[in-house]
Design a protein around this ligand. Structure first.
Ligand code: AOF
Ligand code: ZN
Length: 346
């Protein structure tokens, strides 16, 4: 690891202090280095509050050193007037001549303009140090701005013999293939994403609540596909306790509180349309929890980023088979009698 990587790594560590509180902004960290010594550090704490560079500059005890220092930032310094003024202007005004940046900011109002500004002012700018790590840290933010859709996580549980549910169900209740620790972990994951989506059949068969009752944290916005309005109105998803978006062909005249309808065109593929709708809603991530048809439609359309698959120790012998997909296995762990595998689409 070279010196530039060492300091960008520190920026990435600092950025992580903002985990869970910067949305819709990314997590960003910054350090200021004078003669191989860190003289200032900062990170972006919350949307609307100062950016990482401002916080780092404000911690420098001897401001006269700034002119001879290098500023490291895990994201391109901004060029726009948003809720706060442009960081690139501040860097120029403080006379900092050397700037090391991990990655360009994909936000349309910045997108290279911050770097251009700095270079035009005569700064020596290095771009692309630990770029992949920096983009991974804000994978939801990058996917949202670059692909104009949320970061998409597919999740399902399957039996040892590869089925996600039995064919027939007597009552509207899920059949549990994963154990209680896995279930708790799923609720933690729900709290980490901005939306949770299920298809019509899952909403009908399982009557899911789609909340985070087993883990502390916010509830994601519920998104439910109900093209023909077939889901019974007494289902948990219509209880109004959480903002719920229904993707449908026909928007009903009478709607209830916290339930919003968005129109989809039946002639076009749903995954692309849902991606667009959620982007318009400013939702940067979604966890899709079934069922087979919904999961497979996103896989077939190549509109997904991550798959989290539990395998239980139950045998179903027959039923609805697990989605078919190809991904790169990035982690594998045992949760008591369950196995959890996480894959990336790449
Ligand atoms: C930076 N440093 O620490 C962060 C940046 O509304 P504003 O003014 O807070 O601007 C938000 C945008 O600024 C956000 O979408 C992203 O493009 C950038 N975030 N930029 O120079 C930072 N958090
Ligand atoms: Zn900024």
């Amino acid at each position: 690891m070279n010196i530039q990587e060492k300091y960008i790594k520190r920026c990435l560590q600092l950025a992580e202090n903002g985990l869970g509180s910067t949305y819709p902004n990314p997590m960003v960290g910054s350090v200021i280095v004078y003669e191989d010594e860190i003289i200032g550090e900062g990170w972006h704490q919350k949307a609307g509050e100062p950016h990482a560079e401002v916080n780092a500059i404000n911690t420098v005890k001897k401001p006269e050193l700034l002119k001879k220092s290098t500023i490291y930032v895990s994201l391109e310094p901004c060029s726009h007037f948003g809720k706060t003024p442009p960081c690139s202007d501040l860097i120029i005004a403080k006379g900092i001549k050397k700037v090391v940046v991990a990655t360009v900011d994909p936000f349309a109002e910045v997108a290279g303009r911050g770097i251009k500004k700095l270079m035009e002012a005569g700064c020596d700018v290095t771009l692309g140090v630990l770029e992949k790590e920096a983009q991974d840290l804000n994978k939801r933010f990058f996917t949202f701005h670059n692909k104009k859709r949320p970061y998409i996580i597919l999740k399902w549980a399957q039996s040892e013999d590869g089925f996600i549910a039995p064919h027939k169900r007597e009552d509207r209740a899920p059949v549990w293939l994963s154990n209680r620790y896995s279930k708790q972990l799923v609720h933690k994951w729900r709290a980490e994403e901005q939306a949770i989506l299920v298809g019509t059949q899952t909403a009908i068969d399982d009557n899911p609540k789609l909340n985070t009752r087993l883990h502390a944290g916010p509830n994601p916005v519920r998104v439910v596909i109900d093209r023909e309005g077939k889901i019974p109105k007494d289902s948990a998803i219509f209880d109004g306790s959480i903002k719920t978006i229904i993707i449908t062909e026909h928007i009903p005249e009478i709607t209830s509180e916290n339930i919003e309808y968005r129109e989809a065109d039946i002639k076009k593929h749903l995954p692309e349309q849902i991606g667009k709708i959620l982007h318009q809603e400013n939702l940067q991530s979604v966890i899709i929890e079934g069922g087979r048809q919904t999961l497979q439609s996103f896989i077939d359309a190549e509109i997904w980023d991550e798959a989290r698959v539990f395998t239980g120790n139950v045998q179903l012998k027959e039923g609805i088979s697990a989605p078919e997909f190809q991904g790169k296995l990035i982690s594998e762990e045992k949760i008591e009698d369950n196995q959890l595998k996480i894959y990336l689409n790449d």
